[in-house]
Design a binder for this molecule. Structure first.
Ligand SMILES: [Zn+2]
Length: 59
């Protein structure tokens, strides 16, 4: 019972493809990339539109 550990795609659970590890296909790799990007984008995007403006130029 010893041998290779079946590595599966973290997205859909299908067997990984050597060329697209750790995903089963480029499609899943792409999906993950988009997820990652959108997730990363949401963190640094902080709108500085609070009530604590330092440089007010209204006058
Ligand atoms: Zn997959």
């Amino acid at each position: 019972m010893s041998g290779e550990i079946k590595a599966v795609c973290p997205l859909c659970g299908a067997p990984q493809n050597r060329e697209t590890r750790p995903f089963c296909s480029k499609r899943c790799a792409d999906i993950d990339l988009h997820r990652w990007l959108s997730g990363q984008y949401r963190v640094p995007v902080v709108e500085e539109d609070g009530g604590d403006t330092e440089e007010t130029d209204e006058e």
